[in-house]
Design a protein. Structure first.
Length: 175
């Protein structure tokens, strides 16, 4: 998986050495509470290492799950760009629906890192030919919805199409 850079950030593949950070990040309820239909906190370093292996297993010219670091390599969070899992019983009218998502450590909140990381990955993905990207947000996740708006994403309304739960959907295409 490629590394992508912005003015302040480096988005790179996850490494086994990142396991302690990932465990700290995803063991926090305030970080994972809006992730999926049944959010759970991470409990062990082995869970973190297994998650890192899954993140690294994505071999695709556009998609990926990146560790977000500052320019001086301080880990601050996670950014993903990958196909969206449909809810049970949903047909696949758009087989190439791709989502962007992020979660950052609370110490990194409020610095614009999520917006900058997402802008950087969107620019890269659109430059590689991706036609549109969606963001699937929990209805109460106003912080992520604000990031979507800062990215220029259009609010597409509520849906149950993804992840077997109600979500607020946002979308963007290359300009």
């Amino acid at each position: 998986m490629r590394t992508i850079t912005s003015d302040r950030l480096l988005l790179r593949p996850w490494h086994d050495a990142d396991a302690d950070f990932l465990l700290d990040l995803e063991s926090r309820w305030e970080v994972v509470r809006f992730l999926g239909a049944h959010p759970t906190t991470m409990r062990t370093k082995d869970d973190a290492l297994a998650s890192i292996r899954r993140r690294r297993a994505i071999e695709h010219p556009i998609h990926g799950i990146w560790a977000i670091t500052t320019a001086n390599e301080l880990l601050v969070g996670n950014l993903l760009l990958k196909p969206i899992r449909l809810s049970a019983g949903e047909s696949c009218s758009e087989p190439n629906d791709v989502e962007i998502g992020w979660h950052l450590h609370p110490d990194a909140w409020g610095h614009g890192y999520a917006t900058e990381a997402a802008q950087t990955v969107l620019h890269d993905a659109f430059g590689r030919g991706l036609g549109k990207v969606l963001a699937v947000t929990h209805p109460d996740n106003h912080a992520s919805q604000a990031v979507c708006r800062r990215l220029g994403m259009t609010a597409l309304g509520r849906t149950t199409k993804y992840y077997d739960t109600v979500s607020e959907l946002f979308g963007i295409a290359p300009s």
